[in-house]
Design a protein around this ligand. Structure first.
Ligand SMILES: Cc1cc2nc3c(=O)[nH]c(=O)nc-3n(C[C@H](O)[C@H](O)[C@H](O)COP(=O)(O)O)c2cc1C
Length: 219
């Protein structure tokens, strides 16, 4: 990539990030599947600690299910006005099976032996074993927020509106989606759709952000 291309890409990204906002109302228009797939692909490319990606992301498009989730999300309307809800759910337990599958994947993709990954495998297992269940959940949730941020940015690049949400009762959403039986716990939602310019009081409002000079500190 030459310098010219990089500059254009940077400008596009800043424009997209200025365009995006967390829509409070959406207009019901459905996001095309190919755009949802690109957003998912970007989420899948997110960084995660040790590369484990200790979460699953469920997609909800069913109207009845969305209504139930809205009720568990303090009645926030964008939950039903968006077309897709991505539910980011952390693994309840980071068990050996997940870690072993990860090692096998590295071995397959990179063509390295499982034996050569023994130290890496043990270091992950040691970290997990040394943490309480709560600490492991918080660690998994931190990885989720990175993926959530990637999804937000990817949606903006696709000119799709996206509302990140933690304004919901996780236990209720878990019950609606049957997550406990899948060893999962909901952490955050990403609602995808299109902004309702007429009814969203925030549509068209300026962004409020801390001044660059205060946010970034030169050392
Ligand atoms: C982790 C997280 C949780 C949030 N939860 C909600 C939510 O439940 N409902 C909502 O309307 N906005 C929610 N927001 C959106 C923020 O209010 C919004 O990002 C912030 O005010 C900055 O504005 P902007 O993103 O529109 O530029 C959440 C944002 C984040 C990052």
């Amino acid at each position: 990539m030459n310098r010219q291309t990089i500059t254009e890409t940077e400008m596009d990204l800043i424009d997209a990030l200025n365009w995006r906002y967390a829509a409070k109302r959406m207009n019901g228009q459905r996001v095309p599947e190919e755009k949802v797939e690109r957003i998912k692909e970007a989420i899948g490319l997110s960084a995660s600690s040790m590369g484990l990606q200790p979460y699953s992301i469920l997609t909800v498009t069913d109207d009845e299910m969305k209504k139930k989730i809205r009720a568990a999300a303090y009645n926030q309307p964008q939950v039903v006005e968006g077309s897709h809800i991505l539910v980011f759910a952390a693994w309840k337990e980071i068990n050996d099976t997940y870690i072993d599958e990860y090692m096998e994947r590295i071995s397959d993709v990179r063509g390295v032996s499982l034996e050569s990954l023994a130290d890496f495998r043990n270091s992950i297992k040691k970290m997990v074993a040394g943490n309480s269940e709560q600490q492991n959940h918080e660690w998994a949730a931190r990885q989720i927020y990175i993926a959530l941020g990637t999804g937000l940015t990817a949606a903006a690049v696709e000119k799709v509106d996206a509302t990140p949400m933690e304004g919901f009762v996780p236990e209720k959403v878990d019950e609606i989606l049957g997550l406990p039986a899948q060893g999962l716990q909901s952490v955050s939602l990403l609602v995808l759709g299109y902004r309702d310019e007429e009814n969203d009081f925030l549509a068209g409002e300026k962004k409020v952000r801390r001044e660059k000079e205060k946010l970034f500190v030169e050392v």
